[in-house]
Design a protein. Structure first.
Length: 89
């Protein structure tokens, strides 16, 4: 398998690091979720952000342009049209 272009690899790593930070925040808050409705909303937000960023990793990897959006449904629709056999140059 051909190695990724260094610029693309760097961009993917940035998205992954951001996604992992959101996931870590949700995991750290989760033990206290029973005590606060507001905290459940914050955890949900970080989970949504994690999913969104990982979808953007895949879209970037498959070189599918995407708009600035927080709509997971829209990102999934774009990803469904990506060709998983198509590797970046």
């Amino acid at each position: 398998m051909k190695p990724l272009d260094p610029g693309l690899e760097s961009l993917l790593r940035e998205w992954i690091e951001k996604a992992e930070a959101d996931l870590e925040a949700a995991e750290r808050l989760a033990p206290d979720v029973a005590s606060s409705t507001r905290l459940r909303e914050v955890i949900g937000f970080h989970c949504q952000q994690t999913v969104e960023k990982y979808l953007k990793v895949l879209l970037t990897y498959y070189q599918v342009e995407f708009p600035k959006t927080h709509e997971i449904k829209r990102l999934l629709a774009l990803l469904s049209r990506a060709n998983p056999r198509r590797r970046p140059p």
